[in-house]
Design a protein around this ligand. Structure first.
Ligand code: SF4
Length: 334
């Protein structure tokens, strides 16, 4: 299983699946931050957008993801102030330019982006930008890997561990996978040769029955990770439960603002009421994220669900399996 949606996209884009022998089957994992965001959390973001004097800032893909009843894009069309930013620092800039508005950043992502969000919170504190807030939806990779393995729905021999996440956390946090599950692990980069090398290293481990965590992305990842980035995360966040699409609440799999930073928390500082959660009928995103289904199992794929009219998040995000199959997957449709 390649955990990361960026790996899935690269594998499909470069036709790597066709190069592999039939004895190797690749499965896509849950590593797309937009896709794993649960409808509950999307609905919160959309409800916040409808509050007066609020500016919502978010990474681009998130805007188009449908929640239970609407999306941030629809909220924008209805007149809400929703802005796409390329970095959380852009959101901070918007906050400093609009002191009479509350600026809320939708904080999705894994360990890769969490340090930059933490840095923005600290900068906001330092510069006394009091109208900057965060909807904290960050998630952690190793705990969800454990949750998927414990579900026992997929039988894996090897895992291609995420490159960008590992640049921050290093390779040590995956050690429980070979130790407790006898599954090979290799941290991979995103170029086609990185991925082929990683698959080769995984096969080698499986053939020798010597399971361990290896790094095939030495130019980006050290075993101990990036200590400075992790220190930033630890300053602002603490580990808590998170709601994952298709999996539900997983303890200790998300990042929450620490008590001393609660004044930045958009979830608790604004009054919103939510309608009952609804899931899109027929959408298999949840089971695709667990590696149990592929987009080809979904009856809506390429029919009512396309990148122009996405029904689920996996068709929206550039790292979503359905979008990847849609753009590059003709070879596998038959
Ligand atoms: Fe959901 Fe569309 Fe993917 Fe089907 S094709 S699983 S409806 S995103």
């Amino acid at each position: 299983m390649e955990f990361c949606g960026g790996h899935t996209a690269s594998i499909f884009k470069h036709g790597l699946r066709q190069l592999l022998p039939q004895t190797i089957e690749m499965l896509s994992g849950p590593g797309c931050p937009v896709c794993v965001t649960a409808n509950t959390d999307l609905d919160k973001a959309i409800a916040l957008a409808h509050l007066p004097d609020v500016i919502i800032t978010s990474f681009g893909d998130m805007i188009r993801v449908p929640g239970s009843y609407s999306s941030l894009q629809k909220a924008k069309a209805e007149g809400c102030d929703v802005r796409v930013v390329y970095s959380v620092l852009d959101a901070l800039h918007i906050a400093s330019e609009n002191p009479d508005k509350s600026v809320i950043f939708i904080g999705i992502g894994f360990e890769t982006t969490a340090p930059t969000i933490a840095a923005a919170i600290l900068q906001s504190e330092q510069e006394r930008i009091d109208n900057f807030h965060l909807l904290p939806l960050h998630k952690l990779c190793p705990p969800i890997m454990k949750a998927i393995l414990d579900l026992g729905e997929v039988r894996l021999n090897g895992i291609i561990c995420p490159g960008h996440v590992s640049a921050v956390i290093g390779s040590y946090p995956y050690q429980f996978i070979p130790d407790s599950y006898n599954i090979a692990c290799v941290v991979s980069g995103f170029e086609p040769l990185d991925i082929l090398l990683s698959i080769d290293m995984l096969v080698e481990q499986v053939e020798r029955e010597e399971y361990k965590v290896e790094i095939a992305y030495r130019r980006g990842v050290k075993p101990e990770g990036n200590q400075q980035a992790m220190k930033l995360m630890d300053t602002v966040f603490e580990v808590g439960e998170a709601d994952w699409r298709g999996i539900g609440i997983v303890p200790l799999s998300g990042l929450k603002l620490k008590e001393s930073y609660q004044r930045f928390n958009a979830e608790t500082n604004f009054d919103i009421s939510l309608e009952p959660i609804r899931e899109a009928k027929g959408c298999l995103c949840g089971s695709i994220l667990r590696g149990v289904s592929t987009p080809l199992d979904c009856k809506l794929f390429r029919h009512s669900c396309t990148p122009e009219h996405p029904i689920g998040p996996c068709m929206v995000s550039s790292e979503g399996s359905c979008a990847t199959y849609y753009h590059y997957g003709d070879f596998y449709a038959g």
